[in-house]
Design a protein around this ligand. Sequence first.
Ligand code: CP3
Length: 341
Amino acid sequence: MSKIFIDACFGKKTPYTPVWMMRQAGRYLPEYMQIRKKIGNFLDMTKNPEIVAEITLQPVRRLDVDAAILFSDILNLPMEMGLPLRFEKGIGPVFDKTINSEKDIEILDESASEKISYVYEGVRLIKNDLPDNKALIGFCGSPWTVSTYMVEGRGSKQYAKIKKMVYANPSLLHKLLNKVTNQTIKYLSKQVESGADAVMVFDSWGGALEREKFFEFSWEYMKKIAKEIKTNYPQIPVILFSKGVGLYMEGMDGEFDVLGVDWNTPIDYALEIFNDNYTLQGNMEPTRLYSKVATKEAVTKIAEIMKGHRHIFNLGHGILPDVPVENAKYFVDLCKEVTRR
Ligand code: CP3
């Protein structure tokens, strides 16, 4: 059976525009919160293949989205490379050990992509239960975004430490980025070998960099990952998503299939730049989900702009934890309804 999400990734004609939501496997779902309460700890949830599969499938059952995204986190890989990770209430992810020197990079574990087998087992379990017409998206963080956490130790407003590296010690940073990139390629390849139907690279902090440095320190590495996957698995769509870099779009090229458009970037602007060279994914402002009226307004407008073009519906960033499930369902149903041909 054909998967409408995969067809749309490759720009093939589909009966309607497929839809899924970033962070769809998460806290706005009561069935997710129930499991979290039982397990107690987010990271423990990501390390348990049965739970990974269950949470990945929850939004598919509840919302009938066209794609599932693996339940995990972009920081599991650097954790397995040797940086103990914890999630702190009110702060988010924290690495107590950070990368400051050549030596710190040298001791990073290059067998991390093998140690992270709970992800691959999760993928296999998901594929056993996922309906044939739905796709499973595997994912990773971009080397730049992952490295910001490895260097800063936590989410940051200024990115003072890593940006100091950008300008004062670029060769050290490139060393780190290369190591993370090599592990990431192996990690995504194994997700594909285990059954992922598509892969997505999340570059949430690309927008922390000026244009020239964005291409040097983030996009080049994303491109390398995409090229490697496309060379070895041409049938697997690759989705690249950088947040906060709409004005740099003109320079974005490479061997990938889908470009995620964040909510700060008008999708008609992105369409003008890329035409139909790539499928555009996005980009409703996630906060619109608090209002059905605001949701309808945006869905209608995006559908109108993207009519006849390569498109996958999504939000322009992750869904927020207190969005009513009913509104999420309304969004998904509406995207399909207004684009049905
Ligand atoms: O999209 C999905 O549903 C799949 C799973 C997924 C998670 N994180 C689960 C998660 C994906 C694709 C991610 C990506 C991720 N993780 C990114 C890139 C995308 C983005 O949102 O910009 C980043 C930067 C992270 C790092 C991370 N993980 C942060 C900053 C946080 C805490 C902030 C927050 O939203 O609370 C997490 C925790 C996290 N990752 C949760 C989930 C469901 C919440 C855990 C919980 O409290 O139960």
